[in-house]
Design a protein around this ligand. Structure first.
Ligand code: UD1
Ligand code: UDP
Length: 376
């Protein structure tokens, strides 16, 4: 396939919009041609459009049609593969970037590799070691297909090398999530939250919470126990949690008729997912964070808020070893006392290191791609 002097980037889920923003800005500022494809995996206003507004991302050049069946990974990935293949044949970019570990990225990476268009993976080399996680399956496959792996740090680089990925395919760049936080944290801090339903909670100690991993929320045995233990932890700590709930989680909560128990408890306030500025604003002011999100675990570490992570394994062990985060394995580690321990931590008096980069990752990725593949 003849290739024009244009790069391509696939977005499509909430975390990808945040990682993409600094990369798109770096290309646009340098006048380097970049086409953006939206996989349409996420499509609701608060999972999609709000991030384009908050992060000042230009509209995608192309959006795939809605996915036929999000409950079937094969159908979801196949739909994206076909859409990306058609788009690649029409656009003939000189390289395509995927960001992170979602099904959109696996579908796009497979289509790109099959056409032997050079493939770059941002946030490469993260490993939880748990192949039962959809994200671990995706990131392992993508890293082995990619021509260029943009690893966050020495740990992610070592993970890639341990799997036999050649040095020439690995570059340490940091994670663009840091660029996004540093660029937006003041805007977020300036946001007026006085009209929000949780505005009174902001006056005292409070926690912020997200939960959406399929192994946590789709398991009818796990979800009620996780929620009950977080509610108990918030009560014991005297710090209510503001829970920004993913649409998947809201659906499961309603199906399991758990909403009345949440709505009647002053220790938890459940709301739909927030925009990026609102989320970072609340996170920055929180005394602790409870999450199973990869991005939120990293952001809590970056902004200095102690985290409790509800996962079987985390791909970000450096947040554990530096004291920023505590892993609570569902049905193994008690969540309630972990919230108490998080409340006792103070970044102001005992700061931890920040292992995810210096905030210049977008520019570094641009530089590497231009050096490797040239421009128009
Ligand atoms: C996906 C990723 C996960 C990532 C998360 C970020 C995979 C396998 N999982 O999980 O790694 O952490 O995105 O948020 O790729 N829904 C809406 N509106 C939307 C999007 C989803 O209502 O805009 C609902 C739909 O009912 C859908 C369900 O959420 O079926 C799950 O969406 P899906 O994109 O399949 O997975 P996520 O849980 O979002
Ligand atoms: N986020 C947000 N609003 C919310 C919850 C999360 O803007 O209500 C942002 C958060 O700042 C982080 C990103 O979403 O950067 C993480 O996405 P998510 O948790 O959906 O996915 P993951 O990172 O686990 O793949």
């Amino acid at each position: 396939m003849g290739r024009k002097g244009v790069f391509a980037l696939v977005v499509g889920t909430r975390p990808s919009f945040i990682m993409a923003a600094p990369i798109i800005a770096a290309f646009d500022d340098a006048g380097a041609a970049l086409k953006v494809l939206h996989s349409a995996q996420h499509y609701s206003e608060n999972m999609d459009d709000v991030f384009f507004r908050d992060l000042g991302i230009r509209q995608p050049d192309h959006r795939l049609t809605a996915q036929p069946d999000q409950k079937s990974p094969a159908r979801q990935i196949a739909h994206i593969m076909i859409g990306v293949e058609d788009w690649l044949r029409a656009e003939t970019p000189q390289a395509l970037m995927v960001l992170g570990d979602t099904n959109s990225n696996l579908g796009a990476a497979l289509a790109t590799r099959k056409l032997n268009v050079p493939l770059a993976h941002v946030e490469a080399g993260e490993r939880s070691g748990d192949l039962a996680q959809a994200e671990e399956q995706n990131r392992r496959l993508i890293d082995h297909m990619a021509d260029v792996n943009f690893a966050t740090n020495a740990r992610s680089c070592a993970n890639l090398k341990a799997e036999g990925i050649p040095d020439a395919r690995i570059l340490i760049t940091g994670n663009p999530i840091v660029d996004a936080v540093l660029k937006n944290r003041d805007k977020a801090a300036a946001l007026d939250l006085s009209d929000r339903p949780y505005s009174d909670n902001l006056k005292g100690k409070f926690g912020v919470m997200t939960l959406h991993r399929q192994e946590n929320v789709d398991d009818p045995d796990r979800l009620p126990v996780i929620l009950r233990d977080i509610q108990a932890g918030a009560a014991a700590a005297g710090a209510p949690v503001i829970f920004f709930a993913h649409p998947r989680t809201l659906a499961r909560i309603n199906e399991q008729e758990l909403m009345p128990g949440l709505e009647s408890d002053p220790n938890i306030m459940i709301l739909p997912g927030a925009g990026y500025h609102e989320f970072v604003a609340v996170l920055q002011r929180a005394s602790f964070c409870v999450t199973d999100s990869g991005g939120v675990q990293q952001e809590a570490c970056i902004v200095g808020v102690p985290a409790v992570t509800i996962m079987d394994e985390t791909p970000w062990p450096d947040t554990i070893s530096n004291g920023a985060n505590e892993l609570c394995r569902p049905a193994v580690d008690p969540i309630t006392p972990a919230i108490g321990r998080a409340m006792q931590k103070s970044y102001a008096t005992s700061p931890w290191s920040q292992p995810f980069g210096d905030g210049d990752t977008g520019a570094r990725i641009l530089q590497v791609l231009v050096e490797r593949f040239g421009t128009r």
